[in-house]
Design a protein around this ligand. Sequence first.
Ligand SMILES: Nc1ncnc2c1ncn2[C@@H]1O[C@H](COP(=O)(O)OP(=O)(O)O)[C@@H](O)[C@H]1O
Ligand SMILES: [Mg+2]
Length: 392
Amino acid sequence: MSIALLYERSETDEMGIKLTAQDLGIDVVFLPFRKIALTIGKTGFTAKTKGKDYTNAVKSAAVVLNRAQSKNRRLQAGYFMEMLGKKTINSSRIEFVCYSKLRTLLHFWTAGIPIPKTVYVPCDAVDTLKNGSLIHNEKDIADLLQNELALDEGLVIKPDAGTHGKGMVLSKNREQLLAGIQEIKPSIINPVGIVAQELIQKWFYDLRIIVSKEKGKAPVCHPVALARGGFRDFRTNTYLGNTVFDARIPFSIRELAVKCSQALGKDAEAWVLALDAMINVGENKTVDDAALISELKKAEEEYEKVRVVKQDETRLRDFQGWNRLLEEAFQRYKSTEPYEKVKSIIEESLEKNRDRVVFHEANSCPEFWEHTRLIAGMNVAVPLLKCAQSLI
Ligand SMILES: Nc1ncnc2c1ncn2[C@@H]1O[C@H](COP(=O)(O)OP(=O)(O)O)[C@@H](O)[C@H]1O
Ligand SMILES: [Mg+2]
């Protein structure tokens, strides 16, 4: 029985899992999910691309690492594989919860984990009647949100199934709120109405924390977080051009992260999750913004050199060679003075504000090869493969 890596496109992370599997001496078979026709019928099950038959590869897989990128396809892939009798990482139940920010928050909240205050209004901004006329709900939705959240401190609306900070709106007054609600259309990433949150006063950074669990063992939280920082936008996603730092996580936050993962993992035997957390720093800052902004700017300049390597197309032709250049570039970036300074500002503020953490999201299929591995020192391919092995 083997481990199968199910993927849509072979991107850096998938090539990284392949390289890591080779290093660890673990055999992995590859399933290019999007190109395969999966057939069920009287004569049984087949899995075929136009040129290749994957039926036996699927049949002999005991565990499937589900790396389909689209949330919907990932959910479908996991469910399909489980119905064929496979174990999956992550299980389709975990995928179902992580698919939705609201469902994730409900699990955190039920487990007593601190979260940003969240309001769900299951209504779309505009309804279209059968006769084609429109009903505008924007004002009612705004009233409901304002009843619960302090608008002048900032109110965030986010698509329930969104990623990469896409479609998120921040409002600080009624006009902005109405304009924001007007922008929101039902879509594949926003299928259920409006999810709104208090704006967490997180200063300039948030945290990505990796927790994993092998079968028969306790969950483990990697002690170093990937901190994503910058002042350019209230969203700190690296996708939006923010800079990255590593930060040691205070023990109490690690304990909470484990609790989060247990709230999501429930009775699953193994899982790998990337949690997003914010610190409500507010005015409890450890240095003044002017000094910080100048260090951040210098760190961003250093990071530009990493960005050049990241974008180098040799990645596709010579992954191992490119990976060496990438590792060197990150190493150089991490050894610069501005990096060290910003890192220590983050760690100091984390220590001082460790009681002000909130958890707001869990990613069941995180990107990791570049930032999480080379900044936070966690190659997520290792727990993925070890967790898979533990299930065989
Ligand atoms: N309630 C909030 N208050 C302040 N910032 C937020 C809030 N929610 C999200 N953000 C910022 O926006 C980013 C993206 O939001 P998140 O909920 O993680 O969605 P995504 O799936 O798009 O990453 C977060 O990393 C964080 O920096
Ligand atoms: Mg996020």
